[in-house]
Ligand binder design. Structure first.
Ligand SMILES: Cc1ncc(COP(=O)(O)O)c(C=O)c1O
Length: 356
């Protein structure tokens, strides 16, 4: 039996979107491929509120995270971490020989603008990475306030991981001055995993041109130059199946209305938080709580494994805590095409199980 997924990615994919993944192939060097890929970029620009170029990568989101830190750091990167995915960005820097320092917040706490200011005022850094929405702790960082700090440092490249928020929360890339905004398909966009997407500013491009060892497959300059020269075709064979499905899903997102989509995510988030605070406790402070998933402190010390086993019998699945937070927390995702109705049904079932 298929389990309805309330885990923070991969998410359930709507049957009509899934069907588009099975579209027969086209040549990746044809005009049709150019039209398809240009269409995706145009729609992604709307969803990201940007005029910047869009780059697609046949990797998961981690691919573009690695590409961004490697390609755009000229001097030294300041990596701000609020959990597992900020830590991953730091590991990527180290593994690629990119000079970097990590600035960690206490578990469950955000990256503050003061932390960013303190690091940048040293003049040591020319690239900053921020996790917008940390999927382990369910924290949504105060990106507007952080962006204010970045504005004072025009030479610093601003990279943001929006893997678990873009498409579910409003992220105005140009207004915030984000140079590289990265996401992947399997979360709020509601597609299968396997494709990563980023916006890429001219400032990031110019910085990256100064970096000598950018690798090849994840060289953002190589991808950028290629799509300019070859009318939105990619240097290597992309996952055309994802392209068909993404183009179609973006139409559906526009049909729903971007603002309506964000409002739906907010409604679901509010509902889950209210439920969580009634029975347990939401991990982050209210003002930093994510719009797309809720990390709940296991204050009743229930067995998350048993809960999930019982949910599985009824055809549902939620997530245990991530890493050190396993069993101490559990997570309920409210992202992509999930509705408030779906959330109510899930929470009623959890209530029934917990009352048994
Ligand atoms: C916040 C965040 N960043 C990065 C990643 C890595 O993305 P991917 O699994 O698409 O490589 C994830 C995946 O869960 C994530 O939640």
């Amino acid at each position: 039996m298929h389990k309805r997924l309330f885990i923070p990615g991969p998410v359930d994919v709507a049957p009509d979107v899934l069907e588009k993944m099975g579209t027969q192939m086209i040549g990746h060097r044809t005009k049709e491929a150019s039209v398809l890929q240009r269409s995706i970029s145009d729609k992604m620009r709307k969803l990201m509120y940007t005029e910047n170029e869009i780059l697609l990568s046949t990797t998961s989101g981690s691919g573009l995270m690695e590409g961004a830190i490697r390609c755009c750091t000229r001097k030294r990167a300041a990596v701000f971490s609020v959990g597992a995915f900020g830590d991953r960005w730091f590991k990527m820097a180290k593994a690629n020989g990119v000079p970097a320092d990590k600035f960690s917040s206490e578990l469950g706490q955000p990256t503050t603008p003061e932390m960013v200011e303190k690091a940048l005022s040293t003049g040591k850094y020319d690239l900053v990475t921020i996790t917008h929405n940390e999927t382990s702790t369910g924290i949504q960082n105060p990106i507007e306030e952080i962006a204010e700090v970045l504005r004072k440092y025009p030479d610093v490249i601003f990279c943001v991981d929006t893997v678990s928020s873009l498409g579910g929360a409003k992220i105005e890339v140009d207004k915030l001055g984000i140079d590289v905004c990265i996401t992947s398909t399997q979360k709020c966009l509601g597609l299968p995993p396997g494709l990563a997407i980023c916006s890429f500013s001219q400032k990031a491009l110019e910085a990256a041109r100064q970096v000598e060892n950018r690798g090849l497959y994840l060289d953002l300059v190589e991808i950028y130059d290629y799509i300019q020269k070859k009318d939105y075709q990619y240097p290597s064979t992309p996952s055309l199946s994802h392209m068909f499905a993404l183009d179609y899903q973006l139409d559906k997102i526009m049909e729903e209305g971007i603002e309506n989509r964000f409002a739906r995510h907010s409604q679901m988030a509010n509902y889950v938080r209210e439920w969580a605070n009634k029975h347990f406790e939401v991990l982050p402070e209210e003002k930093y709580a994510s719009e797309t998933l809720t990390t709940i402190k296991n204050t009743k010390e229930i067995s998350v494994k048993d809960l999930n086993n019982k949910l599985a019998e009824k055809g549902y699945m939620i997530s245990n805590g991530y890493g050190d937070l396993k069993d101490k927390t559990f997570r309920i995702a409210h992202m992509a095409d999930t509705t408030l109705e779906d959330i109510k049904v899930l929470l009623n079932i959890i209530d029934e199980i917990l009352n048994q």
